[in-house]
Design a protein around this ligand. Sequence first.
Ligand code: FE2
Length: 395
Amino acid sequence: MTENKISLYLWPGQTHFGFGAAALAGETARSLAATAVFILADPGVVQAGLLATIADSLAAAGLPTVIYDQVVPNPSIASVEVAAAAFRASGANVQIGVGGGSGLDTTKAVKLLAGGPPDALIWEYATMLGNEKRPYPSPAAMPPTIAIPTTAGTGAEVTPWAVLTHPEKQMKFSVGGATTIPDVALVDPELTLTLPARLTAATGMDALSHLIEAYVSTNHNPVLDPMILYGIELVGRSLRTAVARGNNRQARSDMLQASMIGGIAISSKWLGACHSLAHPLSSLADMHHGLACGMMLPHQMWYSHVGALERYAAVAEALMPGDVCRSVREQAQGAVTAVHNLLTDIDLPTCLRDAGVSEDLISALAKAAITDLNWWTNPRAVSEDVMADLYQQAW
Ligand SMILES: [Fe+2]
């Protein structure tokens, strides 16, 4: 790695981690000068009773609260613009996002829209528009934002971006930057104890894909490396237990910590081709993001490992300590086997065919994957043909 390269680190906002952290909502909102609070969540989060602790804490702090429960999975342009209009109409000056990736991404999109002119459209802020995108509002114009995750996967409580769906273009795109990182994250494993096994498995693979893609990324951020390996170790140690016995508090805490570390890691080191391959599976085949990442990860790792042998060897050592191999190359290949075994152990499908994806879709998936720029930091170069080959192997 070149010695004179400048490393960019995007750190999270103030972060409270541990059982009971959600009960800090009231005093945290007060510290952000809240006069009224807007809570965003999806109907499932509300029905599961996950807002109770947060609402009690806000009531105890004497803060009026408006609950917006219309967050949708894979949030679309229209859905976040409706949420932003509801925020403006609510009279609140602080927002709290509660949920998985969709809830927290909607919250970050609202932060951006609410800070900009009323006629601004979310697509105009897309990072892929480069210099053509609308200038971002100043931090002071955007409402202070608290993020409270209810799944251990996206790490969205500490990342800058919102990943949104463009229905007409049938693609995912991101908005956000350093100023849209939530001001405060309340990261409470208690809220993940009732997450169903299948969702625990899929979101856990999203977290693992963030950690591995960040660790082998071509971005140079050495300060983060030991922390990322620790996150991978936590997944190797606890994802199986979290899926098998959801009420295991240590496993839930480990997975939420791993997810948070993954979020911190990708904020600076970005991702890789696995996420470029996963996004079209959501936008064209409606697949859960974590499941898509999990299924594509071993194939992307096998293709990419020759570009970062020592890094993948370290991944193997973190994921399955004590599994000693004879050479760095064998150890790197062992990382692929370890991920495949994990997928099988947590009962996720390993073939796109078994997940209901039509083989006819592969060329359209590959076309979309190469336009998804996450592969820029992949340790081995890719092309549309490579993407098609990887989908074919996964099929
Ligand atoms: Fe992801």
